[in-house]
Design a protein around this ligand. Structure first.
Ligand code: PLP
Length: 630
């Protein structure tokens, strides 16, 4: 069954078992499965509580292979004479384990890395062992950056310095002479083509990145003058991330191919055409050109690219270049799942509506009761309008002191009873107004999720990015609650209220009711790209625990890496506290408490122990079913 649209967005990596659990299917639909609740059980046995970021290594390995397989089959089928070289843009997930695994899994495909800063370059140089793989240096560069990249060339890395600004060229030429290295140079261009989506500004004439055509011509002239035209080997463009429409990609590529041909005409020894990132992830599973989706398959993406490059190069009788893509999102998104528990629920309480109201009750409250008693299918909209009107009147009276706290409370009770009655009937209304159609959502329960959206799903807040979210167990039971998720930060933006579903995007998520003393676990899927890096310390919630599993072909799995999340002391140190000094200050406070007789010495002992434990402990809460408390 396609619960929560899992078959649409899961890309064959996730499914629901007959037992009602979400399972990982790292070897495809008919291969062995790993049950996520079983993984959670294993973590709890090891004393690791949720929230946990679960990384599934096999998925990363498979995503890299599948990208190369798809490009290689298009190259083979179309008779393309060049090769494909993937590079992973470090910015998309810089975590050590991710880069180490990409370098390891990428070796057989000569999958390289793309860096945009000195720090990323330093990391890449320590991990990229394959000298045939490309190391693409984008980003603004100073002398230190340029020198490091040139040393890399000297050491045999296939390192290409891509000009982000015209001013970088003299520096590269000067330093390569000084260090006696022949540099491989690329140019990043601004295309006039633009794509739709969140990152439109990454492309187009107004893009802040890359060289204009006139600047490219200046670069050519400068290189010619220095007798170094042979160093210019790569053309780079990046249209933006998550390009949902394949037409945008084709259009930009056609333009880039013409520039490439122009550079060849000018005498550059062109070898590489680098399309940047942009390969989208179908987060909502709709297979459309919506922002959270893409209207093409990977196969189509590869075939369209190979075919476009080939046709223009053939027309111009130019050798087929190496095709480079810098796919980040599509490489790592599927690989990580955020697992978290639900701490509590807040729902609108059902309260009895009084049959009669005492004498002296303000008029608008009497009117509300009348509305409640007159609800029928025929007058739903009218009742809705009246309910809002009278409720607002009561609120206004309260504000100016003309009604009591109790009056207001009775009014709210009747108002919500009316809304509930309308919600029960609204499905039978043929064409409900927009506000009436959304009435059931307004009655949604709030489930409190033990995580921080700002730390773990920052794009859900910053750019309203949709991520698939669903329970990872109890899926053989009918969900009974319509829910909005709130995180544990004290920020009203710390909530999720747009959810992916087979019926399209929903304002509420269908969840099961919580059971006393039993954990209820949810997963936010496809979170491997950008989220870890962009996450922040809002309310000082730190990194979650991270666990990697590797699944064997027989379905057994190992916990290959466990990383404890930030402790309270860690996050305090990130914001310039010295945890030792903090402890010392609190010790002094406690001593003063004893001296001034607020607490006894033995209470001081217990309080100090609790403080130290909290300082060492996780920033997240301990939910039901966790090892240490419930
Ligand atoms: N290359 C460059 C230059 C980028 O700026 C980016 C990100 O925006 C990427 C590659 C990765 O893009 P994506 O994650 O869409 O593959």
């Amino acid at each position: 069954s396609d619960l929560y649209g899992i078959k649409n967005w899961g890309s064959g990596y996730f499914d629901v078992s007959d037992a009602g659990n979400v399972v990982i299917t790292p070897f495809g639909e008919n291969g062995p499965t790993v049950s996520i609740p079983e993984v959670i059980g294993g973590l709890k046995d090891r004393g690791m509580n949720l929230p946990v970021l679960l990384r599934i290594e096999n998925i990363l390995e498979h995503q890299i292979s599948v990208l190369h397989d798809c490009f290689n089959s298009s190259i083979h089928e179309l008779g393309y004479k060049g090769e494909f070289r993937g590079v992973f843009p470090v910015k998309v997930n810089q975590q050590e384990q991710v880069i180490r695994k990409i370098a390891e899994y990428g070796k057989e495909h000569h999958h390289g890395l793309e860096v945009g800063s000195k720090a990323e370059l330093i990391a890449a140089l320590a991990y990229l062992e394959d000298k045939e793989a490309c190391l693409v240096c984008n980003g603004y560069k100073d002398q230190e950056f340029v020198d490091m990249a040139l040393y890399a060339c000297k050491m045999g890395f296939n390192c290409i310095l891509v000009l982000e600004m015209p001013g970088e060229l003299p520096l590269i030429l000067e330093r390569s002479e000084a260090l006696n290295v022949v540099p491989q140079i690329g140019v990043r261009i601004k295309l006039s083509s633009r794509a739709g989506g969140h990152w439109v500004e990454s492309g187009g004439d107004l893009s802040i990145f890359g060289l204009s055509t006139a600047e490219v011509v200046d670069v050519l002239d400068a290189l010619r003058e220095k007798g170094r035209l042979d160093s210019l080997q790569l053309l780079h463009f990046h249209l933006g991330s998550q390009i949902s429409n394949i037409r945008d990609i084709r259009e930009a590529l056609r333009e880039a191919c013409r520039v490439y041909a122009g550079l060849v005409d000018e005498g550059a020894q062109m070898k590489y055409l680098d399309l940047g990132g942009g390969l989208a992830v179908d987060y909502d599973g709709s297979h459309t050109n919506y922002l959270s989706s893409r209207n093409y398959t990977l196969k189509e993406y590869c075939a369209d690219i190979v075919e476009t490059v080939m046709s223009i190069m053939d027309e111009r009788e130019i050798s087929h270049p190496y095709i480079i893509t810098e796919s980040g999102r599509a490489t790592v998104a599927y690989y990580s799942v955020l697992l978290f528990d639900i701490l509590d629920v807040s729902r609108l309480e059902e309260r009895p509506v009084p049959e009669t109201l005492p004498e002296g009750t303000p008029e608008p409250i009497l009117n509300l009761l009348e509305v409640y008693n007159s609800i029928s299918l025929k007058n739903l909209q009218e009742c809705y309008n009246d309910a809002i009107y009278y409720r607002d009147e009561v609120r206004q009276m309260f504000r100016v002191g003309n009604s009591s706290l109790r009056d207001r409370s009775v009014a709210e009770t009747i108002f919500w009873a009316i809304i509930k009655e309308i919600a029960l009937r609204v499905d039978n209304v043929k064409r409900p107004s927009e506000e009436m159609a959304g009435i059931q959502d307004s009655l949604a329960s709030i489930y409190y999720a033990n995580m921080s959206i700002f730390q773990s799903l920052p794009d859900a807040w910053a750019i309203e990015q949709l991520f698939p979210v669903m329970p990872v167990h109890r899926l053989d039971e009918q969900p009974t609650e319509k829910v909005v998720l709130a995180d544990i930060t004290c920020d009203c933006d710390g909530k999720l209220d747009r959810f992916i579903d087979t019926r399209g995007v929903q304002r509420t998520l269908d969840l099961h009711s919580l059971r006393q003393g039993e954990a209820y676990n949810l997963g936010a899927f496809l979170v491997g790209a950008y989220q870890e890096t962009l996450g922040d310390l809002h309310n000082l919630f730190g990194d979650t625990n991270v666990v990697s599993i590797h699944v064997e072909p027989d379905g057994s799995f190992d916990f290959v890496r466990e990383l404890d999340g930030d402790s309270v002391a860690d996050v305090l140190s990130y914001v310039e506290y010295d945890p030792k000094a903090v402890l010392e200050r609190f010790r002094t406070m406690a001593e003063r408490g004893v001296r001034e007789k607020y607490i006894t010495p033995s209470e001081r002992f217990s309080i100090m122990k609790a403080y130290e434990k909290c300082l060492r402990g996780s920033t997240y809460l301990k939910a039901c079913g966790s090892k240490t408390s419930c």
